[in-house]
Write a protein that binds this ligand. Sequence first.
Ligand code: DX5
Ligand code: ZN
Length: 215
Amino acid sequence: MLVAPSLLSADFGHLAQEMEWFNQSRADLLHLDVMDGVFVPNISFGFPVLKHVARLCQKPLDVHLMIVEPQKFIPQVAELGAHYMNIHYEAVTHHHRVLQQIREAGLHPAITLCPSTPVHLLQDIIGEVELVLLMSVNPGFGGQKFIPNTLRKVEQLRRLIQESGSQALIEIDGGVNLETGRQLASVGADVLVAGSFVFGTEHPSARIDALKSLT
Ligand code: DX5
Ligand code: ZN
């Protein structure tokens, strides 16, 4: 299992220290939740903070943009040297165009679905993305409870990916812990995002190891 700890639950007063242990851990990606207070009812951090995090972090960045008009920020995400640029399906009208612009900027295009957005809407753009993120909570806050219907959506997405010949990874975000992680592994998830299960706990690296061992 690939694991992407979410910085949203980190100690923002000590980001440099957080990145020190994180760089030594077995985490695969750093998940970065950007919120604008419009697309979601919360504001997190923006590019001035991300620039410092990108300098401190030695692992690939998975930028999850919970913002309206994410296409406006393609150059800034590229400048961070990010790996995935993850836009919400619900925040964009011309998905195909925006995903191509993301690729042209040298980034890996990814798309996110809210819990109420059906998987079949991806049918005509699955070939344009390298990762699909299914939200397993309503976006905006860490520490929420996992929505069990996500398991059904993972199965549907796995089928769509197989039928279309896509290589996209399936990532899940929200309420991930060892129990929900085990369920997600059994239906075919590739990447688990984990915020409050990892950051702020006594042994964060051990928790990452535990999630990584799920098959
Ligand atoms: C929620 C964010 C998540 C959040 C997950 O809107 O997209 O990435 O950090 O937090 P946990 O793992 O605590 O549910
Ligand atoms: Zn996220």
